[in-house]
Design a protein around this ligand. Structure first.
Ligand SMILES: Nc1ncnc2c1ncn2[C@@H]1O[C@H](COP(=O)(O)OP(=O)(O)OP(=O)(O)O)[C@@H](O)[C@H]1O
Length: 230
């Protein structure tokens, strides 16, 4: 069996010091493997976003071991952490597209600064990814012309165009109606299936839970259940 894409062993994390101290994640042990499409559920404040930031190498845990894509994040310098982050795709609640760039340029921008950047190849990859999210004809449009669901599909294209090994989505459907939200999660599942990739989606959206392969539930910083979905 291949090594997990993410391995957490007894990971704890908190914020603040002294009387202001707040323990947010407590003793999290978890493996994520290729093919996992995970819904991370739990009440507001239970620690879902904090866990996603650790999985995204945006923070280093205060305690415990965290290996991402085979690397121990604690041992990494800032440059190596940056390189690791470039192998991870992020989708947020709001799309965070750049209004001054066209739809296609927003997706292409995710490829800029890559060590092996190549303009023509990057453009072809961005166009193919826009096609894959059903927006093949909209590359030249301003992002302001798109609906909320379409904008979030561009955000999915932007996150996946680098072919990341780990995709992290924090409430990707929260600002969308039910149909558009489901379309976004369906796309995320379809475009990552069969690839050497794991997806973790923090969500309160009950309507999308049938689309995942695995459910994790957080309560007060503790992972309560690790259940395989049907
Ligand atoms: N940078 C920070 N500094 C201090 N406290 C923080 C910080 N980030 C998060 N917290 C606190 O950690 C706790 C968990 O927050 P987190 O955002 O991880 O929860 P969540 O489960 O994602 O919540 P929601 O579903 O509302 O997004 C909260 O009490 C929050 O206030």
């Amino acid at each position: 069996m291949k090594a997990p894409l993410a391995e957490l062993r007894d990971v704890s994390h908190g914020f603040g010091r002294g009387a202001q101290r707040r323990a947010v994640l407590r003793g999290i042990t978890l493996d994520l493997r290729a093919g996992d499409f995970v819904a991370l559920t739990g009440p507001s404040g239970s620690g879902k976003t904090t866990l996603l930031t650790l999985l995204g190498a945006l923070r280093v845990p205060e305690e415990g071991d965290l290996r991402l894509l085979g690397q121990d994040v604690r041992g990494l310098e800032a440059k190596a952490l940056g390189a690791l982050r470039r192998r991870i795709g992020f989708v947020f609640q709001r799309h965070h597209l750049l209004r001054s760039l066209s739809v296609l340029e927003n997706v292409e921008a995710a490829l800029h600064g890559q060590p092996d950047a190549d303009r023509a190849r990057d453009r072809a990859a961005a166009l193919a990814m826009l096609e894959a999210v059903g927006l093949g004809g909209r590359g030249g449009d301003s992002t302001a012309l798109l609906s909320g669901g379409e904008q979030q599909r561009v955000a999915v294209a932007r996150a996946l165009v680098r072919r990341p090994s780990l995709v992290l989505a924090d409430e990707p459907t929260a600002s969308l109606d039910g149909t558009s939200g489901r379309a976004v999660v369906t796309l995320l599942a379809a475009l990552t299936r069969g690839r050497d990739c794991a997806v973790v989606m923090g969500t309160h959206d009950e309507r999308c839970l049938d689309l995942v392969t695995r459910r994790l539930h957080m309560e007060d910083g503790v992972l309560k259940q690790t259940e395989q979905a049907a």
